[in-house]
Design a protein around this ligand. Structure first.
Ligand code: ARG
Length: 566
């Protein structure tokens, strides 16, 4: 829609003013301004040193001759308000597919979720997991070739004390995943207060690095318990990460000495206080000193940066991607800026490979502080999900009292997961947001329950009419204003998905789906469907089918599971 109108407007500008200038067409902010507005005439007037209203009037006249335009009206200092014609809307919606994928042949690596496996998954892992998965799905919907990478934290000296502690509580080294957080706390306590324990922990690290078979076996066992837990949470959340997408820090361990020697060969390495660093001029501290990126400590240990350099190089050479995207919280901004700069300076990535860190804000509690348990620790996702289920069940019991018990349980579980995910996805990710059960489970507003109940209502039209959506082949007619507005929204799916992909921001799609649903409900409330006379009925049913299909595509992009009946 947008591209079409922009072309129309810019052609009119060219033919009237004899020069090509940007039309700057955007969706209208208010219904009384029509469907779209042209903002480019003030700029054009400036460039041509002419009166903006006079220019706008002549361009508007030209635009209104176009078959797609019902009305082009000059407003204010030189805006042009556009109303698209009903015929054009009908023709577009009847002749074009819902959207056309455009990403074929483009390869995208997406690094997301990537939890540290020493702990249970908790609220701190939610955003990367949910936003990353929505982006993966959106890219795939748009036809891109996506390579998922779960860069789990499964290596490092911290595992020494955990294994030492587990050996103490169980000689075979086994434990249950729900003991994990407690093990963590206890092991740290012991490490700090008991020097014999600390020595044992360090010895285990040495054994691990020296490929001691028994110790490695224990480490592998630890990872299995932790990764099974991770996959279980992904399953509950409907996240598409599978075990084969996991390639954790440990996978790059053997390559770390090569990273150091290659940095050395390119002349990027400096020794500072015995540690190996890379200094790049663009990174300055508060006092104006150049900041180092530390890659090897003076005791020989490697760092998060070092592993990420090896990882980046691996991804470049194994996948030859066009873009690599990382989703982490904003505290890692500097890490990624340095990582990308050093990787480029060392030619670890091709010049044409686009490197993108997409950061997000914190989840806050209603008190405005980071969302956590009463004692300030992280809320495990298992716990969050079961609380959500309990709360969503209350909504379902009230709103869907006629469903059988068993069905309400399923609906409650899905509504909970969908609501938790949607609340996150519907906010611009760069900001912090407040985690609030009541607002995410509300039946009105830009929420999962609102969208899902509307979608279920849409399906009930087909069910009541005994209609199979696949059988509908009538074309859509646009006569009522509610039909006009609804079809207009349908035609914006493509441009919305393009924006999501370009900016890696799923909230654009949430806003879109919300708007589409609002207009569907207005249509539903004022235009009879099943009771209309045959021809109108057929047209409206076809329109409903297209709305359902678009909602389904949108839900698929976001990782929201719709229910036919609620
Ligand atoms: N494991 C890290 C953490 O929990 C996130 C890893 C992100 N990906 C990466 N390649 N650094 O903070």
């Amino acid at each position: 829609m947008l591209k079409n109108l922009t072309d129309t407007v810019e052609t009119a500008i060219e033919s009237k003013l004899g020069t090509s200038l940007p039309g700057i067409v955007v969706p209208s902010t208010r219904p009384e301004f029509g469907d779209y507005q042209v903002n480019g005439m003030m700029g054009a007037a400036k460039t041509l040193k002419q009166n903006p209203r006079v220019l706008a009037t002549s361009v508007a006249e030209e635009i209104s001759n176009h078959e797609s335009i019902a009305q082009a009206e000059v407003a204010g200092p030189g805006f042009i308000n556009l109303t698209v014609s009903d015929e054009f809307l009908a023709q577009s919606v009847n002749t074009r597919p819902n959207f056309t994928p455009w990403g074929e042949g483009v390869k995208i690596v997406i690094d997301y979720s990537s939890p540290n496996l020493a702990k249970q998954l908790h609220v701190g892992h939610l955003r990367s997991t949910v936003i990353g998965d929505a982006m993966v799905r959106s890219f795939e919907m748009a036809g891109y070739h996506v390579i998922r990478q779960n860069h789990v934290g499964d290596w490092g000296t911290g595992f020494g004390k955990l294994l030492a502690y587990i050996q103490e509580i169980d000689q075979t080294g086994s434990f249950q995943v729900d003991q994990l957080d407690e093990i963590n706390v206890r092991a740290t306590e012991r490490f700090n207060s008991d020097s014999a324990f600390a020595d044992r922990a360090r010895q285990i690290v040495t054994q691990l690095q020296g490929n001691d078979v028994a110790t490695q076996e224990q480490w592998r066992n630890f990872m299995k318990v932790s990764q099974d837990h991770m996959q279980e949470i992904y399953g509950a959340l409907g996240v598409t990460l599978k075990p084969e997408h996991t390639r954790g820090e440990s996978a790059y361990n053997d390559d770390l000495p090569n990273v150091i020697s290659d940095l050395e060969d390119t002349g990027l390495l400096t020794i500072s206080d015995g540690a190996k660093c890379v200094f790049l001029d663009q990174f300055k501290g508060k006092d104006g000193e150049t900041l180092p990126m530390l890659v090897q400590k003076s005791d020989g240990g490697y760092l998060y940066h070092t592993t990420d350099l090896a990882t980046l190089r691996y991804r470049q050479s194994s996948y030859q991607p066009d873009r690599i995207l990382y989703f982490t919280d904003a505290r890692q901004n500097l890490h990624f800026e340095m990582l990308f700069a050093v990787a480029r300076a060392a030619s670890f990535v091709n010049e044409t490979t686009q490197l993108e860190h997409h950061a997000f804000g914190k989840i806050l509690g209603k008190n405005g502080r980071p969302f956590s348990t009463r004692d300030g620790s992280n809320i495990p996702l298992v716990q969050l999900l079961s609380e959500g289920e309990r709360r969503a069940r209350a909504v379902v019991d009230e709103k869907s009292a006629d469903l059988p018990d068993q069905q309400r349980e399923i609906v409650g579980r899905l509504l909970s997961v969908n609501s938790i995910k949607y609340a996150d996805l519907s906010k611009n990710r760069v900001n912090d947001y407040v985690f609030d059960w009541d607002s995410m489970l509300a039946l009105d507003g830009n929420t999962a329950p609102y969208l899902l109940y509307a979608y279920a209502r849409l399906n009930s039209i087909f069910a009541r009419g005994g209609i199979d959506r696949g059988d509908l082949d009538s074309s859509v007619q646009v006569t009522e204003p509610q039909e006009h507005d609804l079809v207009m929204r349908l035609l914006r799916f493509q441009e919305t998905l393009e924006l999501v992909i370009k900016e890696a921001k799923p909230h654009f799609l949430c806003n879109y789906l919300y708007e589409l649903t609002v207009h569907f409900m207005r249509f539903y409330e004022s235009c009879p469907i099943l009771k209309a006379e045959q021809q109108v009925r057929d047209s409206r049913l076809s329109l409903c089918a297209k709305v359902a299909e678009t909602l389904e595509n949108g839900f698929e992009c976001l990782g929201i599971t719709p229910l036919q009946r609620m």
